[in-house]
Structures are given as C-alpha cells and as structure tokens.
Ligand binder design. Structure first.
Ligand code: DQA
Length: 141
C-alpha cells in the first residue's frame, strides 16, 4: 500500500505559527509522527504553499497511490480545484485539520474537500494524522 500525505499552505510554519492554536511542535515533528504511523507501508509526505502544485501532485498520484491524507489548510475553505482533482483521481481520502474548524471563524466552517473525503478528523492536533493513517491502513492495506 502506498499512502500520500499532503499538507497545504503555512503548515511548514508549525511551531512558529499561532502556537496557541496549532501547538509548539514544528513541521519536522509532524513528519516524524507521520513516519511512525506509516510503519509497514510505503508513504510520501508532500507540503506546498501553492494550490496548483497541490492539484498537480494529486493528478500525478493517479495509479500510483492507494490512499491520501490531506490537510489542505487555508485551501480547505476556498479550493474547488483541489476538490475536483480529488474527484478526478478517485483515490480514497481522509481530510485532517489540527484545529476544530467547526468552532472557529464562520469562513472556516465550510470545507470543499469534505464534499469528497470519506472521513474528516478535526481538532485532534497531530494525533489526527495518526488516526487518519490508521483508518486508511485498516481499510485499504
Ligand atoms: C487548518 C485549519 C485552516 O482553517 C487553516 O487555514 C490552516 C490549518 C488546521 O489544520 O486546523 O492553515 O487546516
């Protein structure tokens, strides 16, 4: 099984970025957690601050990746393009958010990616990634 973990804009700034919301652990620590959770399967972690690059990455995954974990970050709330790319490749996907987007500003309450993702995990911090990976391993490995 090959799993792709996609992280959207500003997630590379974890640790520095609004620590009261996102915690004090940095992006390298998140990658370490993902690596441990992916024990026994093939995986790739991809981070980009650019919507089109994320669309390209999803398109390139067609036929190569069995499941996707995605935190589209700010693009969650704006990107029809990322939603359409996921629909195009039809790869099983779990959406993850560090914070509970349903309890934040109004503009964060809507997620385009949720219209495709088979599961959304929000508000569990870094652990949400572990839960998403375990769910996909259990179902598709
Ligand atoms: C986020 C929530 C988004 O609203 C925000 O733009 C992010 C991170 C989260 O993980 O909680 O960048 O996706």
């Amino acid at each position: 099984m090959k799993l792709l973990v996609i992280n959207g804009p500003n997630l590379n700034m974890l640790g520095l970025r609004e620590p009261e919301l996102y915690g004090k652990n940095d992006y390298a620590a998140l990658c370490e957690l993902i690596k441990k959770a992916c024990e026994g399967i093939e995986y790739e972690i991809y981070q980009s601050n650019h919507e089109g690059d994320i669309v390209d990455k999803i398109q390139q995954s067609y036929g190569k990746v069995d499941a996707i974990v995605i935190n589209p970050a700010a693009y969650t709330h704006t990107s029809v393009a990322i939603l359409d790319a996921l629909k195009a490749v039809s790869i099983p996907t779990v959406e993850v958010h560090l914070t509970d987007i349903s309890q934040r500003e109004e503009f964060r309450k809507h997620s385009f990616v949720s219209l495709y993702a088979e599961k959304t995990i929000a508000g569990h911090g870094f652990d949400g990634y572990r839960e998403a990976i375990e769910y996909l391993k259990e179902k598709y490995n």
